[in-house]
Design a protein around this ligand. Structure first.
Ligand code: DC
Length: 231
């Protein structure tokens, strides 16, 4: 299957999987290691979720229009760091909130919204070797990716990691509530009709439940190296 936009000679690595499996950390590590462009596609859905929550939007057509028109961009913050922006507002931290993840998962079930975000994902990093993470990157966005990885871990372990992340930001965490919230989001993302979360055809499944973050990064980097012709 082809995505509709020519991939050309560049290498595309698609990483999908549930929240808390470590997708962001391993993709950032691999992008840095190999000099790849990186797109966290969840940030786009989170941005639409944030806009929806702020403006009280629920109508699919209105949400799709907002998604197509949103001024989303990654901009340099200095010292090699980048931030997610909606227009002039830096929203990196706002996008990480658990409630915004839930809002993102709800708008992501709408085919109109998914369609509106497809072009941005396919045009991103044009001409550059690219790694993307999300839920349907290997199945829908780049079905002709050179390497597809489905990164996963047990629900309990993923919730434990997310709890540490939230605590590090000074947020109060109730682990039982977090497990319930993540289970609800998994069920919605995997159970939806359009582009459900599932290992893409040909994807390598990497289970990080028993791995440290360093081991997870090393496992993924080892899979990417031969695809790029590196050792
Ligand atoms: O990866 P994340 O947790 O930041 O994603 C937030 C939500 O966005 C997720 O629950 C489902 C949705 N999403 C999606 O449907 N497809 C993607 N490619 C990425 C995210």
């Amino acid at each position: 299957m082809k995505s509709g936009i020519p991939k050309g000679e560049r290498v595309v690595v698609a990483v999908d999987g549930p929240a808390g499996a470590g997708k962001g950390a391993v993709c950032r590590a691999a992008a840095w290691h190999f000099g790849l462009a990186y797109l966290e596609t969840g940030a786009l859905y989170r941005a639409v979720g944030l806009i929806a929550a702020r403006a009280g939007l629920t109508d699919p057509a209105e949400l799709a229009r907002a998604a197509a028109a949103m001024p989303f961009a990654y901009r340099p913050l200095g010292e090699g760091r980048h931030g997610a922006f909606l227009g002039e507002e830096e929203v990196s931290l706002a996008l990480r909130a658990e409630a915004v993840g839930q809002a993102a998962s709800r708008v992501a079930a709408l085919p109109e919204v998914r369609q509106a975000l497809l072009g941005f994902q396919r045009r991103y990093g044009a001409g550059l070797n690219l790694i993307l993470d999300g839920r349907d990157v290997g199945s829908v966005v780049w079905p002709d990716a050179d390497l597809k990885i489905f990164l996963t871990a047990s629900l309990e372990e993923r919730a434990r990691r997310r709890a540490l992340e939230l605590q590090a930001r000074g947020e109060a965490v109730n682990l039982a509530e977090l497990i319930a919230s993540m289970a609800e989001r998994d069920a919605r993302d995997a159970g939806r009709v359009h582009a459900p979360m599932e290992p893409a055809f040909g994807a390598v499944v990497v289970d990080t439940t028993a791995m440290s973050m360093e081991e997870s990064c090393a496992a993924v980097i080892a899979r990417i190296a031969p695809v790029l012709g590196r050792s």
